[in-house]
Design a binder for this molecule. Structure first.
Ligand code: GLP
Length: 239
């Protein structure tokens, strides 16, 4: 199934996205779910946590996978994707440490990529990958380029990404990231792309043309047969 749904506002989008996560967990209590970080999914995660707690949904067997991480800053720095997921998912849901599979942020190399890839494979792959789109059209930290990498890798960040809001508190400039690759993402059984947040008009417009190009890594999602895309129409109205 491929669908694009315009939601009245960020609140409606976040409510729907959280509901989709919950539906999956109810269908598959040992689901493996990959999560993006950043401003886009923030409210989705709040609603998700609230619903899990209110409805007393058992998430003991669910495993979350961190989509990407900034390289070169300590993992416990408030700027990392790790701190984001700890604060918004792990702590409020009281998850066990092994329920979050996540990249290290320092001294990472090929082995770190292999470690994460193997864990995902052992769990039978990703059941769902929840994504945001970057201001430059990136997906995870797969940056626009002449070519894209299929597998987990260390990427050189685009100028725009180096100034991502999350990095405002980073003690030193961040120029690299570690991320699942395009094929890792496309291998997920289900994909949920959230489009919200400021400054993405150009990237969103190009994404919506459905032309697949390495200039907009998110456009590769058009090759997947089970992608839901929720758009905050208060910012990105249907044309
Ligand atoms: C960062 C994150 C990604 C996220 C993207 C979009 O690169 N590491 O996981 O999808 O930014 O961020 P935002 O939602 O803040 O626009």
């Amino acid at each position: 199934m491929q669908y694009t749904q315009y939601c009245d506002n960020y609140d409606v989008l976040s409510d729907r996205a959280s509901e989709q996560l919950i539906t999956l967990i109810q269908k598959k209590p040992d689901a493996t779910i990959c999560l993006a970080t950043g401003g886009t999914p923030l409210l989705t995660y709040r609603y998700f946590v609230e619903k899990i707690n209110q409805r007393r949904i058992d998430i003991e067997q669910v495993v979350f996978v961190k989509l990407d991480e900034w390289v070169g800053i300590p993992l416990n720095s408030p700027a990392t994707c790790e701190s984001f997921l700890q604060q918004h998912i792990v702590q409020p849901l009281d998850l066990r440490p092994e329920q979050l599979v996540s990249f290290q942020s320092k001294n990472v190399n090929e082995q770190e990529c292999e470690r994460i890839t193997e864990i995902i494979a052992r769990r039978g792959g990703l059941d769902l990958c929840l994504l945001g789109i970057g201001k430059n059209g990136h997906l995870g930290l797969n940056e626009p380029s002449e070519f894209l990498e299929p597998f987990c890798h260390i990427s050189v960040l685009d100028e725009k990404t180096r100034h991502h809001d999350m990095l405002k508190t980073a003690a030193n400039p961040v120029t690299r990231g570690i991320t699942l690759g395009l094929k890792d993402i496309l291998n997920a059984k289900e994909i949920l792309l959230l489009i919200a947040g400021e400054g993405k008009h150009d990237a969103v417009e190009k994404y919506l043309t459905a032309i697949v190009t390495t200039a907009i890594p998110a456009s590769f999602l058009w090759l997947h047969s089970n992608v839901g895309c929720l758009i905050d129409s208060s910012q990105y109205p249907d044309k």
